[in-house]
Design a protein around this ligand. Structure first.
Ligand SMILES: [Zn+2]
Length: 246
């Protein structure tokens, strides 16, 4: 199919384009060289240069929506694997990033690398244009509680729905949130929705599965969703050394 540059009066290409595109001569859009009567006659098609700019903008929008900004440097390449006990978690996380189906739970105390691995998965998926939400659970609940206030200007439902329905979600630091019935209920609604819709979700927690809300724990153990639970053992080793009596 031959294309001709669109008439100059039509929408122009991206203003930030440093060089004039040789295909559309900067118009950004093309018409197909088809005879009058053809269904494509007079229609505008985005030039390759416009498509690239749109893809870039799309990627930026996804990145902004993800709340991953603070974790953009947490990648698989930057993960230190030499610490004993983290290799299994690293391998599981990488496998999950390649095929994000079901749930992945990364359990272990602070500083064992579980948030790094969860962020590495999210960054990997984001690089493949998969919309990602990275949520620190106590922060989300604080936000929702604030948005729920009568004088709130932020839309409560919008944020909650975005997180609930995200094609991929990280729930970081599960289990440290305040245990008010309201917070528990919101979190359960969120997890239950992810369970019913079979949506890929990564959890990190410094507690044990059994210490979570029993309704959430039972979802994690439910064969209805493929959930892989990884407990990082290095941390247990450290704890044993710190508490020789145990
Ligand atoms: Zn062009």
């Amino acid at each position: 199919m031959r294309y001709a540059p669109a008439p100059p009066a039509e929408p122009t290409g991206p203003p930030e384009a440093p060089e004039v595109c040789p295909i559309c001569r900067g118009a950004g859009w093309l018409t197909k060289a088809v005879p009058y009567g053809d269904s494509d006659f007079g229609k505008l098609f985005a030039c390759r240069c416009t498509q690239a700019a749109q893809a870039q903008k799309h990627a930026e929008r996804l990145s902004q929506a993800s709340s991953l900004a603070a974790f953009r440097d947490k990648t698989f390449a930057g993960f230190v694997r030499t610490v004993s006990g983290v290799q299994q978690a690293y391998q599981r996380a990488q496998a999950y990033a390649r095929q994000p189906i079901g749930w992945l739970g990364l359990f272990g105390p602070y500083g064992c690398g579980k948030t790094h691995l969860a962020a590495a998965i999210a960054n990997e998926l984001l690089a493949h244009q998969i919309p990602v939400q990275f949520v620190v659970v106590p922060d989300l609940l604080d936000h929702l509680r604030g948005a729920f206030a009568p004088d709130s200007t932020v839309s409560y439902d919008q944020r909650f729905d975005a997180v609930k329905q995200a094609p991929f979600l990280v729930l970081d630091d599960l289990g440290t949130e305040s245990g008010t019935p309201w917070a528990k209920e919101k979190l359960y609604q969120l997890v239950n929705h992810r369970y019913n819709a079979q949506l890929p979700t990564v959890f990190t927690s410094n507690t044990r599965v059994e210490q979570l809300d029993p309704r959430i724990a039972s979802r994690m153990h439910d064969p209805g969703i493929q959930a892989v639970i990884v407990t990082i053992q290095a941390a247990d080793y450290r704890r044993r050394r710190a508490e020789p009596a145990a």
